[in-house]
Design a protein around this ligand. Sequence first.
Ligand SMILES: Cc1cc2nc3c(=O)[nH]c(=O)nc-3n(C[C@H](O)[C@H](O)[C@H](O)COP(=O)(O)O)c2cc1C
Length: 253
Amino acid sequence: MIVCYFTATGNCLYIARRIGGTLLPIPQLLRQDRIEVCDDAVGIIAPVYAGEMPMMVRDFFGKVNIKTNYFFFLYTYGMACGEAFAHVKQLCDEKGLKLSYINSVQMVDNYLPGFEMQKQIDTLPKKDVEGQIARIIRDIEVRAEASVKITPAVKAKMAMLRKMLANRILRRDTAKSYIVNDQCIRCGICAKVCPANNITVTDNGISFADRCEVCYACLHNCPQNAIHMHEEQSTIRFRNEHISLNDIIAANE
Ligand SMILES: Cc1cc2nc3c(=O)[nH]c(=O)nc-3n(C[C@H](O)[C@H](O)[C@H](O)COP(=O)(O)O)c2cc1C
C-alpha cells in the first residue's frame, strides 16, 4: 500500500503513519516531472482547507497517475468538511479514477484566524481520534467501499462554498501580510517546514514570496513563536503530539 500525504502541523502525517504502508510526502512528489503511483492500494491523506483540499493537493491530483485496485482518500479536519468529499469525487471522475473509499478524521483545527488553539487542543478527548482511526483502519483492511454522489444540490453548494470561502482564504500571497517579530533568530526552520518553498532567510530577516499554501506550517512550527498574523485568535501554536518538528521538516523541506 502507498499513502501520499500533505501535512503542516502533523495531523495528516499521524494518520498516515497509523494507516501504514509506504508514506510519500506530496510536496516532494510534486517536484517530479512525471508522478506514477502504483500498488494494490493507494491512498491520499490531506487536511480540509476552506471546505476543499489544499491547492497543492489539487495540483498533485491533476498531475499524478494512479494505478490501483483500491483508491482511498482521507481528510483530517477540525470543524466541518463542507463539500470536500464531493471535490475528491469530482477530481476522480475527471481522471477516470474509481474512488473506492473516502472518510475523515476530526482532529485539532489549526486555522489560526478561526480558533484559539488551546481551546481546540482541549477538544481532543471528546473527539476520540483513536476510535475514529481504528474504524478507518478496519475499513481499509477489508477494502470497504464508501464513495459520494454529486447531485445538482451538492454542485451548487460546492460553487457557493468556493466563492464564499476558498477563493477568499486560499490565496498564494497570504504570507506577505505575516508579521515576524524580534524574537526571530533567523534559524531557518520556517523555510524548512514550508511545503511550497516560499520562505527565504537572509541576514536582514525573513521574506515571503507568492507561493503560500496558507498551511500555517511556518507559524505553528516556529521554535521562537516569532511569526504572527493580524487575524490570529491566540498566540498559542499547535503541532500533533505524536509528530516532531523534524518529522515536519522531513516531509516538507
Ligand atoms: C487555511 C486553512 C483552512 C482550513 N479550513 C478548514 C475547514 O474548512 N474545515 C475544517 O474542519 N478544518 C479546516 N482547517 C483545519 C485543518 O483541516 C485541520 O486542522 C487539519 O487536521 C490540519 O492537518 P495537518 O496537521 O496535517 O496540517 C483549515 C486549516 C487551514 C490552515
